[in-house]
Design a protein. Sequence first.
Length: 140
Amino acid sequence: MVGQTELDLAQGLAGGDPVAWQSLYDEHAPAVWRFVARLLGPQRSEIADVVQETFLAAARGAKQFDPARGSLWLWLCGIARRQVALYYRKQGRTDRLKQAAARLFEQDGEYFRPGGSDTAPPRRHARLPRTRRAGSRNAL
């Protein structure tokens, strides 16, 4: 059951009241930090980023908060859980991009190395007839 103070706070949040936002942050930020830290581990800067994204997402969705569905704390936990999932998804993309770049560097070596040849085609294209080389570049 949501108390009257929480209902007043929720109405203030929906109305964009800065005092309500400060009150929400002061009351729930330490608990949200601990919740996110349990999910992410000891990376302090990543925890801070996710907590910040949690409160920004809460600000964007404040009008959708329904006190009949649960407390502000549960609402913030749901948002924080979603932000942690987005963080891990983003990390996975970044890791895959780094792995792909490493594979390209291994395959093409000097062509992608800083200060390397800007005009030389990658080795795998150098073996192709000139017409096939142009066609493979256009396919990309």
